[in-house]
Design a protein around this ligand. Structure first.
Ligand code: C5J
Length: 221
């Protein structure tokens, strides 16, 4: 079934049967105190704004039977997939792999690495564990999308300019239509959030389209 989503730079027509909701890195490590985001010196409360809009689009996607895919950024407990250049970077209060209040920072299997309760995956929703910022890099995301006949992605998550933008750029080069739901994304830097969305839709939609949760819910409803 073809649907039209109101978006910028223009409305976009997509086949609902070939569309997935992709929720990027809505993990405790980024959204809750004591995790990776806070160790980097960020105010994690800035990401809260995306939670309710994500809940609304997740409920709408589940109602339609759309494929829902969640991603998580993180590393193996032995850090063998964590580049030293990533671990060493900056001057965080704790580094990747160090013990924090939600377990070891950004390590798979630890409480902080998991998805926040409000958006917790249900049976049948693939969870893609990724070592990098882009969800296609060293993961089986593309295989999952191909096997499900997906051509279009409705993209949510954090942070707008880092993992959301990196993933959208990777997806765009692979031929997917990406509709980023702006209010379902957030950043520790409001100005980067605004610019991150602007970069996607500029130049006639150089990387994709920007819409929001209300337009998505109205279009699929
Ligand atoms: C960051 C992400 N910001 N999920 N990761 O390091 O955007």
């Amino acid at each position: 079934m073809m649907i039209t989503i109101t978006a910028e730079p223009q409305s976009v027509q997509i086949d609902l049967a070939r569309t997935a909701l992709l929720i990027i890195d809505m993990q405790r490590d980024f959204l809750e105190p004591g995790g990776f985001g806070e160790t980097l010196g960020n105010d994690v409360s800035l990401l809260e704004a995306a939670v309710d809009p994500c809940k609304a689009v997740l409920a709408a996607a589940r109602d339609t039977g759309m494929l829902v895919i969640h991603t998580r950024e993180g590393h193996r407990p032995d850090l063998s997939d964590a580049p030293p250049a990533k671990i060493e970077r900056g001057a965080p209060s704790k580094r990747i792999g160090d013990l924090g209040p939600m377990g070891r920072i950004l390590i798979r299997g630890e409480p902080g690495h998991d998805i926040i309760d409000a958006l917790y995956p249900i049976e049948g929703e693939p969870v893609i564990d990724k070592p990098g910022k882009g969800a296609f890099y060293q993961t089986d995301l593309q295989l999952v999308l191909q096997n499900n006949g997906i051509e279009n992605l409705l993209v949510c998550g954090v942070t707008t300019e880092v993992c959301v933008n990196t993933t959208v750029r990777e997806a765009n080069d692979r031929g997917y239509r990406c509709v980023v739901l702006g209010d379902c994304c957030a950043s520790y830097f409001p100005e980067f959030h605004a610019m991150g969305l602007k970069m996607i839709k500029a130049q006639g939609g150089i990387f994709g389209w920007v819409s929001d949760s209300r337009a998505m819910v109205a279009a699929v409803g």
